[in-house]
Write a protein that binds this ligand. Structure first.
Ligand code: C5P
Length: 235
């Protein structure tokens, strides 16, 4: 169900033509692309369809969090656009998570993977306490990953630092989608806890979400090809 090539390029832009140009440039070497809220709010379902039509698997990163019935409807809607991976917030609770998985399952073997976000990496222990959640954040991440798995979803988004713990807690079939990836030759930008693509893959990441090292490069096609070459995917 997942491409063998784990690299998904984050097309973080409001500009549809820019997103299409990036996707076209990296298409020969990567496994898929990720579209997020800024793209969706600017270009809507038609914009998503335009990128899906390019033929690469699309991870539509909209992080649904609402009552179960509404989230189920949203999952159906984006599955109809052709997204290969969709996501929700695990904090929406068991009924919402099960409703999301059930809505995707209606599409049978064409269904998208349904992934949950556990704790946003922008939140620290103090932020969790402020919203009434007992930390530490790492325990909450593991609790929500186990909940996600028990509700029948396919995996979680996690930081590189969480790969080993979640792989041990949730086993091999549970998909770990990992941003915060930086090749040794790329600038880290605002990402703090980073790993190289190879380190993250070797620890057990299934999908590596990589944005600016590719899209911020003078030559996105060459940057993507270099990352994939370093992963030595055929081995
Ligand atoms: O440009 P960069 O490689 O940092 O992009 C990473 C992508 O992954 C962005 O789309 C960002 O929003 C997303 N992301 C992240 N950290 C998370 C969750 C998502 O960087 N914890």
């Amino acid at each position: 169900m997942l491409p063998k090539n784990p690299v998904f390029v984050a097309l973080d832009t409001v500009d549809l033509n820019q997103a299409i140009a990036w996707a076209d440039a990296v298409r020969p070497s990567v496994g898929g692309v990720k579209l997020g809220l800024e793209f969706f709010k600017s270009n809507g379902p038609d914009g998503v369809r335009r990128v899906v039509d390019l033929g690469l698997p699309v991870f539509l990163d909209l992080k649904f969090h609402d009552i179960p019935n509404t989230v189920a409807g949203a999952v159906r809607a984006v599955t109809g656009l052709g997204a290969a991976i969709v996501n929700v917030h695990a904090g929406g609770g068991p009924a919402m998570l099960k409703a999301a998985a059930a809505a995707a399952a209606e599409y049978g073997s064409d269904r998208p993977l349904v992934i949950a976000v556990t704790v946003l990496t922008s939140l620290d222990d103090g932020d969790l306490a402020a919203v009434g959640q007992t930390g530490p954040a790492a325990s909450q991440v593991e609790r929500l990953a186990r909940l996600t798995q028990s509700c029948g979803l396919d995996g979680v988004v996690c930081s590189p630092a969480e790969i080993a713990t979640l792989r041990a807690a949730c086993g091999d079939g549970f998909r770990l989608i990992v941003p915060g990836i930086r090749p040794a030759w790329a600038s880290r930008g605002d990402q703090k806890r980073i790993m190289t693509p190879r380190q993250a893959r070797d620890l057990g990441a299934d999908i590596l979400v990589i944005g600016r090292p590719i899209t911020g490069s003078d030559d996105p096609a060459a940057a993507a090809a270099r990352i994939v070459e370093e992963l030595d995917i055929s081995s």
